[in-house]
Design a protein around this ligand. Structure first.
Ligand code: FES
Length: 158
């Protein structure tokens, strides 16, 4: 994971202002906020709404709709498992179910020690290496249980 800072109103305002003039500004603004804070903090919603002349409900709706945006801070490590077609055809669903069960998590959940978050992603462009995942942003493919366990930070300790 990259360096992510705690919520800071001034930083958020600056990020919003920097991206607010771009066409289709909402998504760039939200990405900038998530890059900085690791998620979309609740206090950011009214700031974004005001800057872009949207309702809070509209901003909430977009944050909820896109799987990329987190409502809560992620764990120290993030595993993103591909749930798109090619990976599903190669056993991705069963592999994901195994990992989530092993960790006691649902999609988007974080282990109690804050060490690991497991999120869905929908095609990484690694279909030829299905089933595939990103581990802290690094692509891994041709996964089976052993390979996924080896690639997942801290799994051996859970
Ligand atoms: S379907 Fe999983 S990488 Fe394309």
């Amino acid at each position: 994971m990259g360096q992510q800072q705690p919520w800071d109103d001034v930083v958020a305002q600056a990020l919003i202002a920097a991206a607010a003039d771009r066409p289709g500004a909402l998504l760039p603004v939200l990405h900038a906020l998530q890059d900085a804070f690791g998620h979309i903090p609740e206090p950011a919603i009214p700031l974004v709404a005001q800057a872009l002349n949207l309702s809070r409900a509209e901003v909430h709706g977009v944050v909820s709709f896109y799987h990329d945006f987190r409502r809560r801070p992620p764990g120290r490590h993030v595993v993103k498992l591909c749930r798109a077609e090619a990976c599903q055809a190669m056993g991705g669903a069963a592999l994901a179910a195994w990992l989530l069960d092993r960790l006691g998590l649902d999609w988007g959940g974080t282990t109690p020690d804050g060490g690991l978050t497991v999120e869905p992603v929908y095609c990484l462009g690694l279909c030829a290496c299905a089933p595939a995942a990103l581990v802290d942003g690094e692509p891994v493919g041709r996964l089976d249980r052993a390979a996924l366990a080896a690639a997942t930070p801290g799994l051996a300790d859970t």
